[in-house]
Ligand binder design. Structure first.
Ligand SMILES: [Zn+2]
Length: 274
């Protein structure tokens, strides 16, 4: 049992625990635990084969994002179901047998909410989440905030990535050929997280958000959008449990090139990816 815990440390205010896949299967979680498969560092290097299944991930969380095996699109987990937005924009529901090299979820309860009477740019949305995180959630900048924003959106710039074949190229080469599209208006949900800068390498530092329309006809990794109106719900997580596929290490967070992460994942203070 103890061997299932590979690494256990404090990173800033966050407790980060690395587990084997077997450890994940009997990992007890509550609503303040975010659960992740894989690491960003491994994904950047072309590690597109994970060993955790979506069923294992969905047991531990009902809201989240990531990608799927072979980097075959952008993953959205919403209300306990998993969807993928392929590189041609098609949206498919996934079953629990699909594996993922990189995904993060939490049990979302919505501890704080704010009403949007926009239009709010993505930067304004982030600013308001930052403010509500401080004032409503009492969360410091070095904790995780999960976001679920439902409503009406305009000028969405979305993207996805194409399924890769071995030998896998690094993520920066894939993203150079990513498919990007524009949606004038959509009703749906923005799902995502704000990760602390101290987690660079493990996760995308800053905001990382995906979108899924209510009619399930569009979605993807959000490059930009305007929120017209709706409801933004937030929840803090002060624990991150990371499932490490064989051969992947937790590494030292912060050891990753942040400029590359921003180019590839669009994390940080500007626009997020994967
Ligand atoms: Zn993404």
């Amino acid at each position: 049992m103890a061997r299932d815990i590979i690494d256990d440390r404090l990173i800033g205010a966050l407790h980060v625990r690395a587990l084997s896949r077997a450890g994940l299967q009997h990992d007890p979680v509550d609503e303040h635990v975010a659960v992740q498969a894989g690491t960003l560092a491994a994904l950047l290097e072309g590690g597109y084969d994970g060993d955790a299944t979506l069923a294992e991930i969905l047991r531990l969380g009902d809201l989240g994002l990531g990608t799927v095996q072979h980097l075959d699109g952008e993953l959205v987990v919403l209300d306990g179901a998993a969807w993928v937005v392929r590189s041609d924009g098609r949206v498919d529901e996934l079953d629990g047998t699909v594996r993922t090299p990189f995904a993060v979820v939490c049990r979302f309860r919505g501890e704080a909410s704010l009403r949007c009477n926009g239009p709010w740019t993505l930067a304004e949305l982030r600013d308001r989440i930052d403010e509500a995180s401080r004032t409503e959630l009492n969360v410091l900048d070095d904790e995780i905030v999960a976001v679920r924003a439902t409503g009406r959106f305009a000028d969405l710039r979305l993207r996805s990535v194409a399924r890769q074949r071995r030998p896998y190229p690094p993520l920066r080469e894939v993203v150079a050929h990513q498919t990007e599209w524009h949606v004038d208006s959509a009703v749906g949900t923005v799902i995502g997280f704000r990760f602390p800068d101290t987690l660079a390498g493990v996760e995308v530092p800053g905001y990382h958000v995906h979108f899924l329309s209510d009619d399930r006809t569009t979605g993807g990794h959000v490059i930009d959008l305007t929120m017209l109106n709706g409801d933004v719900q937030l929840q803090s997580c002060d624990d991150l449990h990371v499932e490490l596929p064989v051969g992947v290490a937790l590494g030292s967070p912060g050891a990753v090139d942040r400029d590359e992460v921003r180019r590839v994942e669009g994390g940080g203070a500007s626009t997020p990816t994967a």
